[in-house]
Design a protein. Sequence first.
Length: 326
Amino acid sequence: MSASGGTKAIAAALSANLAIAVSKFVAFAFSGSSSMLAEGVHSLADSGNQFLLLIGGKKARREATPQHPFGYGRERYIYAFLVSIVLFSVGGMFAVYEGYEKIRHPHELEHWYWPVGVLVFAVLAEGYSFRTAIRESNDLRGKLSWSQFIRRAKAPELPVVLLEDFGALIGLVLALCGVGLALLTGDGVWDGVGTLCIGVLLIMIALVLAAETKSLLLGEAAGVEEVERIRTALVDGETVPRIIHMRTLHLGPEELLIAAKIAVRHDDTAAQVAAAIDAAEARIRAAVPIARVIYLEPDIYSEAEAAKGPDPEATPGGPGPHGADH
């Protein structure tokens, strides 16, 4: 993900959510609608989440230190995980509690035009934010479906904003339904039901975000296409005839670590092996620019050892026979 694309989507979401939060709290003050209160807290939580994403992006750009030799790229994953916690606790659990209380103690809505007007405005503002996130994501999504893009994206910002905006739009529809039914029936219980549904929706989105960012925090390998480009660049058929085994790991969304054991010819000199490694590293960086850290270990390929079976350290689905350690 390009940093500019993610920042643009975050800025659009932040500006929309701040304006929407203010309008929802005003509507709650005049109407007493619990849906408006829940939605106001939801928008406030979303605004805080966008601030967290911006902070994470800034901290991730710090230079590596002796204590953190691989840099701070994973700061973006940590702050994205915090977003899921805030969305679950501040947004989801508050809305569930508020909805439950409103169902137990319903009261008639006052000045109904406030919540209805604010909800219409919020739909337009969230629609603008959602459209911006979709436009920025389409440049990176390629042929992936939206669910595949959210699962496979290594940069957390766009998936987070997409899910937040999608959840906000669905939540606004639920709030509009709750307020509308409360006005039509004169029963404030429907306002509480709408609020409860909003809370359940936010909790579900928070759980999805938590699962995805947890996977990124644990460390994910490069994507299938990137791995294939690395393999193609690594093997030139002459100085590097094959890969014995390889590992990849995202140090951050735009930082990739590659560690591989490569086969070299048994009669190559140390100078020839060093030159082959340097050339292989250059080919990898040209093919995959985010490959920041590359460790290549030369070894002698053995047909006899390869015949015994695949290397237990090999990547599943990796290339052909594997070599023996010497």
